[in-house]
Write a protein that binds this ligand. Sequence first.
Ligand SMILES: [Zn+2]
Length: 486
Amino acid sequence: MMEKNLNIKFENPIKVSLSPLKTPEQKRKEFERNLKETKQKMDDAFTDVGEDIHVFLASGKSFNQYTRDRMSTSFESKKSASKRVLSRLNKEKSGYKPKKHHGKFDNYKFDKDLFLQEIQQNPAGSTINWSLLARKYDIKSKNGTTPKNAGQVLKEYAKTKNPNLTQHLRLRRIRRAKKIIIQKNIKISLPTKRPAKNLKTDIKRKVSSGELYIGVPVAPKSIVKTKITDAGTLNQEKEQIYGRKIPMQHIRKSALEHQIQSGTLRFFTDEEYINISDQELRSRFLRIQESIPENRENAISFLKSLERTRSIKLWHDHSDILNHSYVCFMLSWLYDTANYLTNQEYMEKYPERRPINVQAEVEKPKIYIFGQSGCKDEEQMTYVETRLEDLKDIDTPIEHDNYKIQDCLRLFSGDGPARQFEGGQQRGGNYPCLCGVHAEEHTNLLHCFQVSPQDLDDRCRLATSSNSLRKLKEGCLNPFQNLKKR
Ligand SMILES: [Zn+2]
């Protein structure tokens, strides 16, 4: 263009590029290498040293769903696979010889006669798992190693020794190939997630080694399963199922470790309590707005008990998942400035960290029990026994590096029915509310102020008095219902 406009003739073309010139061959090779490297990196990212099983478990997908998703994203469709196989078969019929993927058969060591004998005994039309056979005959190559395509070698060997076998057995199955990227002459398969089978074995291994903790089985119950047999008849089977519980001790310990690690917990050693100055003592009481006992000894032990007792909140609810009803119990720790830093203090203590909402961090719920259960009292009672075991144990302090902390169950929160169950109140009816006010009188303030609500102690006293305890022990969960007037 410049030559034309300015009417000058350049002897040599001007080179603008500053980097050394590359031949097309070099460029192609570099491109190929980059593509392969990228694929390898993406394959690694999918596995991420086994992290993919966490992604899978958190997704809530079934193994089958995972496989379906994987097949549809990274593999060709069934239709195109069968089309491809068919056109290949036609090609082979018209004389096309596929590339060989094996060496000379003399170089492979295995019991050839026995193998040919076995292969002929298979009924017509049956499919054969060649790689399984390869493992059975323990094929070794010349240098004594097991070839990776041992199954393929066996198949080809059977085909060449006995050409009639092609009619006799189904030698080719339609297999969906990975999607490939074709760029000029390069074919590269799409990076693919691991097959579900591999995830399954990984998960099983991690569960049995304890790396993935799934708690202990609780509240066994037997259910009737209805199955349709191959013959088409309905078959009823009894099966034992369990709920799952992460023991409270385990949650308390891991929560303590997490709180210490995240830096939200305020904790002081025994020596720090003994050597506390009077001024510090006063300011610490002032901070949590408690009055100081006069005696120094008492003040220190009171402060210690306040600062070393965490309060637990329990929550539970019912929900239906795929036509089965489940119960779920969660635990969380109640935020208290006596135990935890305030947002301001957190910012001052860790200026290098991102500011967080300490209360939200502390009150994150942790799963406690999960299992199948109807919403009836009788069914929910099946979880009471195992909960009681944990409650008896709650007074044992949790230890971490010579530092002990106490926990106490302080509060239950949940919806109406869950609260009524926990408080021993009837469900529904005219008096569903724990406050003891008639359902229709809740807007009547005058009436509400006159009713004094019963606390848990009152309820316990009532339940254990007279013959209601006997009724409870006999399995009658509502001893106060259907009482006769006298
Ligand atoms: Zn009420």
